[in-house]
Design a protein around this ligand. Structure first.
Ligand code: FES
Ligand SMILES: [Fe+2]
Length: 297
């Protein structure tokens, strides 16, 4: 996120996203509480954002800090609040909580976010012209990898995906997982993805082909399907790298069995996320519309 505020839409709600001079991120209703001017054209201030029309100054929590021209004795600004949602930055992404304030849970940090010997970094978001649920369905649907991504189009990942896997879907305490299994020569190639309600998915590497014997890999990506409207979705993701000797290594790189240092048990205790990614900081310079979501719990 740079100096300019960004207009974004989440579940049909128009918002402005900005980072003020103090480094705080704000997510406010797009239209000024005074006469409805778009805060997309506001001046990012040392504290908060100032409307370009008459200079009302809003803090990141929606508090009205200044109304220029009011008598000094006026308490008008103290009786107003502009709609605002709390945000949180985590590993280069900005998340927003858009539910009732008195029900706000702690930000969920899943075991795959803080693995030793791994690094996660924000990935360029995808805009999709479909409802967010269609994206969620697609991520639990590995048969399409064989047909759409391989047999029909030519191998977009590798030829190994053309073999239709044996499938198993299993419920988990916070969603569901699939296990797609293929025989590749003497190897059994297992791919696993998990869906975390309501809008998170963790997907395995698409760069593997089952020909190398190695331990089971961590998810290549963790992603959030963020609804813009009923017919538009944006997918934000963390891409995951293994760190070997201080360097990023693709998840398809060899993983000998005797280095299973970080293979800890999946932690099912974390609650379903009610946060959603709304921006990747590295994107904001060029991105006209980032995206946030009130997640349907
Ligand atoms: S319309 Fe924003 S300050 Fe007047
Ligand atoms: Fe696909």
């Amino acid at each position: 996120m740079k100096d300019l505020p960004k207009k974004i839409r989440v579940m049909g709600e128009d918002l402005v996203l900005f980072r003020d001079g103090g480094g705080k991120t704000g997510l406010l209703a797009l239209h000024c509480s005074h006469r409805g001017t778009s805060l997309e054209y506001g001046l990012v201030s040392e504290r908060g954002i100032r409307c370009c029309y008459h200079g009302w100054l809003y803090d990141v929590d929606g508090k009205v800090l200044e109304i220029p021209g009011q008598p000094v004795t006026s308490t008008y600004q103290d009786r107003l609040y502009h709609p605002a949602y709390p945000t949180l930055g985590y590993k280069g992404m900005v998340f927003a909580y858009m539910g009732p304030r008195d029900k706000k849970p702690p930000f969920p940090i899943f075991d795959t976010f803080e693995l030793p010997d791994y690094e996660i970094v924000p990935r360029k978001p995808n805009f999709l012209p479909c409802n967010w649920v269609q994206n969620k369905e697609n991520q639990m649907d590995p048969i399409h990898l064989s047909f759409l991504h391989t047999i029909v189009s030519g191998a977009q990942f590798n030829e190994g995906f053309a073999a239709v896997p044996e499938m198993e879907w299993i419920p988990t305490p916070i969603g569901m997982a699939y296990i797609a299994t293929r025989r590749v020569g003497e190897n059994i190639w297992v791919r696993m993805a998990d869906s975390i309600m309501p809008n998170i998915a963790q997907v395995p590497a698409t760069t593997e082909d089952g020909t190398q014997a190695k331990i089971f890999g961590r998810p290549e990506a963790t992603n959030w399907a963020v609804p813009i409207s009923d017919t538009e979705t944006m997918v934000f993701a963390f891409k995951r790298y293994r760190i070997v000797d201080g360097k990023r290594v693709d998840l398809s790189a060899p993983r000998p069995f005797d280095t299973r240092s970080s293979a800890t048990r999946y932690d099912s205790g974390a609650p379903p996320s009610v946060f959603a990614a709304i921006s990747c900081s590295f994107l904001m310079a060029s991105l006209a519309a980032a995206c946030a979501a009130r997640v349907i719990a």
